[in-house]
Ligand binder design. Structure first.
Ligand SMILES: CSCCC(=O)C(=O)O
Ligand SMILES: [Fe+2]
Length: 177
């Protein structure tokens, strides 16, 4: 069952819940442009991708028990995903099996954590700072849908909310010029 809450900053591992006990409604996520859906049929996911004119997809499995290169390689991969970043286009993440955490920054730069499980789908808007990690179960299999070619942009954040928003606006303006 999806669970959305403010992230508690503490020194527990990134895969720990970090549950502040302060829930966040899915409607609040929608104000950030992040849409949550529970979809238990691949055909429905494909229909959604068609409706939203997605062109590319890939599957990703992060499994603590079988990841090529073992725990060290998995942790290196997780460090990449946990480094906050944005995408130039809207992207969809659909959990086929397992669990994970998606963190997105709200307009006050607070991290909002979403625990995703099997059949949970998130639509992430272009330009939202986010990061991903596994839960302590260390297993997820996900379908990633891309509007176009996947573009991974890890913009260095500028301290403070407004500056980074300005930076994001300038960055996206530069793309269209
Ligand atoms: C399970 S999806 C891995 C994370 C990711 O693709 C992203 O943050 O964009
Ligand atoms: Fe991402």
């Amino acid at each position: 069952m999806v669970k959305i809450y403010y992230y508690k900053e503490d020194d527990s591992p990134m895969t720990a819940p970090h549950d502040s006990g302060e829930p966040v409604a899915a409607e609040e996520l929608e104000k950030l442009g992040v849409f949550y859906k529970y979809i238990d049929s691949q055909a429905s996911v494909d229909n959604l991708a068609t409706e939203r004119q997605y062109k590319n997809r890939d599957y990703i499995t992060l499994d603590g028990a079988t990841f090529p290169g073992g725990e060290e390689a998995l942790n290196a991969k997780l460090d990449v995903f946990f480094n906050e970043h944005i995408h130039e286009d809207e992207e969809i993440r659909y959990i086929i099996d397992g669990t994970g955490y998606f963190d997105v920054r709200d307009n006050n730069d607070r991290w909002v954590r979403t625990l995703v499980e099997k059949y949970d789908l998130l639509i992430l808007p272009a330009g939202i700072y986010h990061r991903f990690t596994l839960t302590d179960d260390k297993f997820v299999k996900a379908l990633r849908l891309f509007k176009d070619e996947p573009k991974w942009v890890a913009l260095n954040r500028i301290d403070g909310n407004t500056e980074s928003n300005e930076f994001r606006k300038e960055y996206f303006a530069s793309l269209s010029s």
